[in-house]
Ligand binder design. Structure first.
Ligand code: AMP
Ligand code: GLY
Length: 425
């Protein structure tokens, strides 16, 4: 009997997970909650939000789901894994306590300090006056991180004392992000990269490397976003950098979580920076990265269901193989993102790309609506709308394929960066 899988989430990352699962010879049925217009072509979408943990659990029990895979941090921070496991359900993802490695910057920094994991020097503050005094004596720029989930908007890097003071006021006096602490850390320099690993307790298996582009506009200008594009592999990360990152960062972090009594199971995402003093941690996430997953999983040649099972069950891991091909993905986002944007704009040109061998379009924020002519059309329904991934023998080739594809997609309200991968192209 083929396996039935439930994927929780509805963005581009989940589309890439569904896509990888659909290549598994073991999987016969995929559900996705809530999914989106693109995911609907490969999975049965279930109208439940990623935060409706009770309802999701009932769905998994009623439908004899063999394995649930969780995409978003919100579900993990709510304890979806603990709830499912208590009900005897198999699920891929970290427990609520292990998910703290992402939801609390302060917890992550203390873990790194305790287990000697390289990262920027820092102090944590709850008191506004004490934080302002500390920043007064600090060099600039300085990095201010709100200690909680803030959808990528909780990090501010002021250039001046006055700016820092006003950000601290927002974070600690006016509670603009919620009630919480602030981590103040040294500003590091160097290229950033993402190392996602499958982790089960002290066991760590690295995925192919990727790099995200966080700023909204070309030339790395404009506000920080959830990510405007990504590519894989990364020629500027040497084998030495990689083995250092695995041995001195990812493995000690996994072992540290076990020692702290909150063993990690799932994807541990290292947001790393290659600084002049070696590789250091910028952040840890407790899940697949978005949009990194959309360029990494298409390179996976092994059966992802077998990988998820080995982690979920604590059994032997099969060999994990990555293809030699390169991938580059452009995010097409709603005009105005990451600020205010409107939704509901029709997207055309997607059908013609479906048969294109060197392109894969992952839907991030789309919906399907019935038009008056009785036909379904795809419309924008989020800030980040599509991740258009090009494949190639090398990154140049992949870039050309991705660019040719985005130029065939038409919508009145989308923008994208053409310079994804500029560091290596
Ligand atoms: P985070 O949410 O912690 O990943 O931070 C968001 C972005 O802020 C990162 O991707 C970096 O570009 C930047 N950033 C965070 N911490 C530092 C740091 N210590 N030095 C320089 N840049 C940083
Ligand atoms: N692309 C960064 C993240 O997923 O957090």
């Amino acid at each position: 009997m083929g396996k039935k899988v439930l994927v929780v989430g509805g963005g581009g990352r989940c589309h890439a997970i569904v896509d990888a699962l659909s290549r598994s010879p073991q999987v016969s049925k995929i559900y996705c909650a809530p999914g989106n217009a693109g995911i609907a072509a490969q999975a049965e979408c279930v109208p439940l939000k990623d935060t409706q943990v009770e309802e999701l659990k009932k769905f998994a029990l009623d439908n004899s789901i063999d394995l649930t895979v969780v995409g978003p941090e919100a579900s993990l921070a709510l304890g979806i894994v603990d709830e499912f496991e208590a009900a005897g359900l198999r699920i891929f993802g970290p427990s609520k306590s292990a998910a703290t490695i992402e939801s609390s910057k302060d917890f992550a920094k203390r873990l790194m300090a305790k287990y000697g994991i390289p990262t920027a020097a820092y102090e944590t503050f709850e008191d506004y006056a004490a934080a302002v005094e500390y920043v007064r004596g600090h060099s600039f720029p300085v990095v201010l991180k709100y200690d909680g989930l803030a959808a990528g908007k909780g990090v501010v890097i002021p250039e001046t004392f006055e700016e820092a003071e006003s950000v601290l006021k927002d974070m600690l006096l006016d509670d603009k992000f919620g009630k919480g602490k602030v981590v103040i850390e040294d500003f590091l320099t160097g290229p950033e990269f993402s190392l996602m690993c499958f982790v089960d307790g002290t066991r760590v298996w690295p995925m192919a490397l990727s790099q995200d582009h966080k700023r909204a506009y070309e030339g790395d200008k404009g506000p920080n976003t959830g990510g405007m594009g990504a590519y894989s592999p990364l020629p500027f990360i040497t084998d030495e950098d990689l083995s250092y990152s695995i041995e001195k960062i990812m493995k000690p972090a996994a072992a540290g979580m076990v020692a702290e009594g909150c063993p990690f199971k799932g994807v541990l995402y290292g947001g790393l920076m290659k600084t002049p003093d070696g590789v250091k941690v910028i952040e840890f996430n407790c899940r697949f990265g978005d949009p990194e997953t959309e360029v990494v999983l298409p390179r996976l040649e092994s059966d992802i269901y077998a990988i998820f099972s080995a982690v979920a069950d604590g059994t032997e891991m099969p060999e994990i193989k990555w293809s030699e091909k390169a991938t580059i993905g452009f995010v097409m986002a709603s005009k105005g993102y990451p600020g205010h944007y409107d939704k509901g704009f029709e997207i055309t040109g997607l059908d013609a790309l479906e048969s294109c061998e060197n392109v894969r379009v992952y839907h991030m924020g789309t919906a399907s609506v019935h038009s008056s002519e009785g036909q379904d059309k795809v419309v924008t329904s989020g800030g980040r709308v599509l991740m258009v991934v090009g494949f190639g023998a090398d990154l140049h080739d992949a870039h050309a394929n991705a660019l040719a594809a985005v130029e065939q997609i038409h919508c009145d309200n989308l923008f994208y960066r053409r310079d994804i991968g500029w560091r290596v192209l």
